[in-house]
Unconditional design. Structure first.
Length: 239
């Protein structure tokens, strides 16, 4: 089942085309990794899916419904049932861990009982139950990353968008959190679109990899297929 589909999508900024006739589909439950160097259009794809910007050409569908078309946002971001975690975690520093998770649930009108139930379950899943009343500034970088993941997942999104979420962490913590992300995905079954420039991170997390360069897709396939193409595509992505 197609969850996200791009049909001949192009996008330019200030006269410079950053995406060129992009076509791809994301199937329900898969972990699609967008891999490529900075400036190749990966983050622009996430912003288009989120509904922060509209395409100049082409259309975008989520769940079989057109959500964006040339120059127009058809379905606003808040109605797309998406979760988002970006490199800048954007946690609210004045709210506790619980408060950060509760914010979106309140906005969507969940009862206090439902909010408490979801928050307790999610904090248990990310190993932060005992930190519920702490502020983000009192947590380590890895713990803050878990809060950002939990805040997005507590709303039970259909699709999770993740833009270089682990790039600021040291190598050991990065590897540990990769595995936690995979475990959460397997447990909750959401569809994930994950941006990185790190090929080893991509190969560990992905069920499918889409390699990009200069606003175009140069290779899409399984981890094995992309690994086997490294000789031809390696100049396009960091080692």
């Amino acid at each position: 089942m197609k969850v996200v589909e791009f049909k001949a999508v192009s996008k330019s900024y200030n006269g410079t085309r950053v995406l060129k006739d992009i076509d791809f589909q994301v199937e329900k439950g898969e972990r699609l990794i967008l891999l490529g160097p900075s400036g190749c259009g990966k983050t622009t794809i996430l912003r288009l899916i989120a509904g922060f910007i509209a395409p100049d050409q082409g259309s975008i569908e989520i769940g079989g419904r057109v959500v964006s078309e040339p120059g127009r946002i058809v379905v606003p971001p808040e109605e797309r049932n998406l979760g988002m975690v970006f490199q800048d975690l954007a946690l609210w520093p004045h709210l506790s861990v619980k408060g950060n998770l509760e914010f979106g649930l309140k906005a969507k009108g969940f009862s206090k009982a439902e909010r408490d139930q979801r928050i307790e379950k999610m904090l248990e899943m990310v190993g932060l139950r005992e930190y519920a009343n702490r502020k983000p500034g009192e947590l380590s970088g890895g713990q803050q990353q878990r809060v950002a993941l939990a805040r997005a997942l507590v709303l039970e999104p259909t699709v999770m968008l993740m833009d270089e979420p682990l790039s600021s962490l040291d190598t050991e913590l990065n590897i540990r959190l990769r595995r936690e992300v995979i475990a959460l995905h397997k447990s909750l079954g959401f569809t994930m679109i994950y941006v990185t420039h790190d090929r080893e991170e991509a190969f560990e997390i992905a069920t499918r990899v889409m390699v990009m360069s200069e606003g175009e897709i140069v290779k899409v396939g399984s981890v094995k297929e992309v690994r086997n193409s490294l000789t031809s595509i390696s100049p396009l992505i960091p080692s």
